[in-house]
Write a protein that binds this ligand. Structure first.
Ligand SMILES: Nc1ncnc2c1ncn2[C@@H]1O[C@H](COP(=O)(O)OP(=O)(O)OP(=O)(O)O)[C@@H](O)[C@H]1O
Ligand SMILES: [Mg+2]
Length: 293
């Protein structure tokens, strides 16, 4: 398949960017069985490393900062849990940000890296240099909206995307942390109905899927030092069904190919042998390239 990139961006903190990026990586990997997935975090929280690393995070290991300096992520990509590739997070994004003034830099780095599948970029809660790089590099920019202030921040993100002709069309609002019981107005409409109306009035693209607030999912992502997978550990929840629907919607938009009808059973970290020419064999060739370095 062709190289595809998506990012998850919001100037507002705590709207679920990392949750969407990490869980979507797992669902897309399961739904599109031959799809190689690479996850890159453009912030300095080590959630991706803890969740996907096969070993405890090692502060001395090559990370995004080194890949950025070499203009090529191949030397720093690792294969992790659930068959997901990831780039270790740098301990501090300050130096990286200083090298990211050119907003097309990450796009060139990803072109050079030539990862044969989907790259997912998780960003920090800002619209600064690294996030702008992620937006420019992306075929699809997921904009999580959890409340009115996140909605206002989405406006800024659409304005940035609009700097490139037709760029707004790459942005798409996703309602997150939805709690249908809260904040009903005088007409009896809850917050998300009002946000949906406002999104429509702006003419912004929006995912039909949304993600509910779930105590089980919260415990999974913040209750332990190693955040868990909803697909593998919380299949009984509404969020499981919603993530599957979201993954299918993303898969059709990009497009990623034919999804399998149900999520696959848990994967091991080592991919099975793949027929020549398949996406999986391309991934193995990519890995062999990594090992040679
Ligand atoms: N569907 C959900 N149900 C309940 N809690 C959730 C859900 N999604 C995310 N959370 C919790 O909300 C908090 C924020 O989520 P997350 O870290 O994904 O947001 P973020 O936008 O990446 O934050 P930051 O701006 O700090 O990077 C976390 O504690 C996470 O566990
Ligand atoms: Mg985050």
């Amino acid at each position: 398949m062709r190289r595809v990139t998506l990012s998850v961006c919001s100037n507002k903190g705590g709207v679920g960017k990392t949750m969407v990026a990490t869980q979507l990586a797992i669902y897309l990997r399961a739904l599109y069985q031959d799809l190689p997935v690479l996850l890159v975090g453009l912030d300095d929280q080590r959630i991706i490393d803890r969740m996907f690393g096969l070993r405890p995070p090692d502060p001395g290991q090559p990370n995004l900062k080194h890949g950025w300096a070499e203009r090529d992520l191949r030397p720093v990509v690792q294969l992790g849990q659930y068959g997901i590739h990831f780039v270790p997070t740098p301990p501090d994004t300050g130096p990286l940000k200083m090298r990211a003034e050119d907003p097309t830099m990450l796009r060139s780095i990803l072109e050079r890296t030539d990862f044969p599948g989907l790259t997912i970029l998780d960003t920090k809660s800002d619209l600064e240099a690294l996030t702008r790089n992620a937006m420019v590099a992306s075929d699809l920019v997921i904009l999580p909206v959890s409340d009115w202030s996140a909605f206002e921040e989405a406006e800024k993100a659409f304005a940035l995307l609009g700097r490139e002709p037709g760029g707004e069309r790459r942005g798409r609002v996703l309602f997150t942390l939805v709690d249908r019981r809260t904040r009903i107005d005088r007409e009896g409409r809850d917050l998300y109905e009002r946000l949906a109306t406002a999104t429509e009035e702006r003419g912004w693209p929006r995912f039909q899927s949304f993600l509910s607030r779930s105590p089980r999912v919260e415990a999974l992502s913040s209750g332990s030092t190693i955040p868990g997978s909803v697909l593998h550990q919380a299949r009984g929840t509404a969020v499981h069904r919603q993530l599957r629907e979201l993954a299918e919607e993303v898969g059709k938009l990009l497009p990623l190919g034919d999804a399998v009808s149900m999520p696959a059973p848990p994967r091991t970290a080592s991919p099975p042998a793949a027929p020549p020419g398949s996406a999986a064999s391309l991934k193995n060739a990519f890995l062999r390239g990594l090992r040679r370095r």
